[in-house]
Design a protein around this ligand. Structure first.
Ligand SMILES: Nc1ncnc2c1ncn2[C@@H]1O[C@H](COP(=O)(O)OP(=O)(O)OP(=O)(O)O)[C@@H](O)[C@H]1O
Length: 435
């Protein structure tokens, strides 16, 4: 395959794409890729990590998995979520890397195609999902993949982990995004209310039904319905829900006419639905209908390293945006337990801002009822765990160079680099390092 064949293959891709060799050198690039980055690209010279990350060495030296390395070792198509330095700031991208074979069947290079994930951010934009931990990135890649399909998604996660935010992202990324997004809160709905809310009713269907009313299924026509806390739907209503999902049709209460239902289904639950299936309180057939693609949302405990980022974001979005956290306060927040997850963290940030007497929010301003995790659990962290946690938090908050970080910690740069490598950590500002 010659260069012009590769170039026309790249040009036909509507997403940003490059063709690279085993040394990361970009040998062909399409216009969408050129438009995505600020850095000028010289084919045959520029390397992918220089353009997308502004780095001088491959991504695996900077704490991110390298798709090319994976491709080289497996010989298979691989995918990974990365944070790229684009002309519009640091953006999430879902990368697919595919080996390309020549006429003789040998691999002649690697095709990298990017899918920008606009519903998530590392730079604190309102109404976007924020995070950069590994578990957050894994969740993003699932959401990005399934959003573009029409399959039913079940979001499983504790309270306040962002299920509704994810459901909205699924809708906004889908081909139904110009149609309604309708939320049905299943908790506390009686059987009769559930039916009339969902299917609507005809005039005179029951006492008080003086006019006909459309149900939410009809309101959502063409769009997405988000059934929040689906585990709270009583058994006898589960049958009706199953029928609706299977037949794509329904009848208003008191009505005779079958109406057509056209919606994409997203459900959420903090309960373990499979356990409920085992216990006989949730229908197995309904479970498999709603959980074609299950997505698990990590709790804050599973993504502690995101806490400083989230805390700074919520403060910036609040009426206390002129205030700021001390590094120690951010470190303390990252050690606390938040059973109410992000919702609870949000309110703790506001409480701390109110309690702070001046512009600096310090450890003492964090509400006293919150205690560090280790003491909550009556456990002690080992020194290595302490070190890891401390460095993790520092990497999220320290804005100086690696040299300055080493100075502050009272260790040599070599020791610091060794520790960062040991814990697979990447400082906030590695580019300022003097390596
Ligand atoms: N990744 C995130 N980045 C920024 N804000 C988030 C993120 N995830 C959740 N939030 C915010 O946290 C709050 C709780 O999120 P949401 O209501 O989506 O959680 P939930 O899992 O649906 O909660 P519940 O189970 O109690 O209904 C919201 O204000 C939401 O905007």
């Amino acid at each position: 395959m010659n260069v012009s064949v590769i170039q026309s293959m790249i040009n036909s891709i509507d997403k940003p794409a490059i063709f690279i060799d085993t040394n990361y050198v970009i040998n062909a690039v399409n216009q969408a890729y050129i438009d995505t980055y600020e850095a000028p690209i010289k084919t045959g010279v520029s390397r992918c990590y220089e353009i997308s990350h502004g780095n001088h060495s491959p991504c695996d030296n900077h704490g991110e998995a390298c798709p090319l390395q994976e491709c080289l070792s497996t010989g298979k198509t691989t995918s990974v979520v990365h944070i790229h330095k684009t002309s519009r700031g640091r953006k999430y991208c879902d990368i697919v890397m595919r080996p390309v074979k020549g006429d003789d069947g040998s691999i002649i290079g690697y095709l990298e195609i990017l899918d920008r994930i606009d519903f998530a951010t590392v730079e604190g934009e309102a109404n976007k999902m924020i995070g950069q931990s590994t578990s957050f990135k894994t969740m993003l890649s699932h959401i990005n993949r399934v959003a573009q399909t029409d399959v039913s998604v079940l979001l499983q996660g504790d309270t306040g982990t962002g299920k509704e935010l994810v459901a909205r992202a699924l809708h906004s990324q889908s081909k139904r995004n110009d149609k309604p997004f309708v939320v049905i809160e299943c908790t506390g709905l009686s059987e009769s209310l559930f039916e009339s809310e969902l299917f609507g009713y005809e005039k005179g269907a029951f006492t008080g039904a003086s006019v006909a009313k459309k149900g939410l299924v009809e309101v959502a026509q063409g769009g997405t319905i988000f059934f929040d806390e689906i585990g709270d739907v009583p058994m006898n209503m589960q049958v009706k829900l199953l029928r609706l999902i299977e037949t794509h049709s329904f009848r208003a209460v008191g009505g005779l006419k079958q109406k057509r239902a056209d919606f994409r289904l997203v459900c959420a639950s903090h309960k373990d639905l499979l356990k409920m299936v085992d216990e006989g309180t949730f229908r197995k057939d309904l479970y498999y209908r709603i959980a074609t693609y299950p997505v698990f949302l990590p709790s804050l405990e599973e993504r502690r390293s995101d806490i400083p980022l989230l805390a700074k974001h919520f403060l910036k979005q609040s009426e206390f945006s002129s205030k700021h956290f001390s590094d120690a306060a951010l470190n303390r927040l990252a050690q606390l337990d938040f059973p109410g997850n992000i919702r609870e963290l949000k309110s703790v940030i506001i409480q701390s801002a109110i309690l702070a007497n001046d512009e600096l929010i310090d450890v003492d301003d964090i509400p006293h009822r919150l205690q560090p995790t280790a003491s909550n659990k009556g456990q002690l962290l080992t020194l290595v765990e302490q070190e890891q946690q401390y460095l993790e938090n520092l990497c999220q908050t320290f804005t100086g160079s690696v040299e300055q970080m080493a100075d502050v910690l009272g260790v040599s740069q070599r020791t610091l680099y060794r520790k960062l490598k040991q814990f697979n950590l990447k400082p906030l500002n590695p580019s300022k390092s003097s390596d």
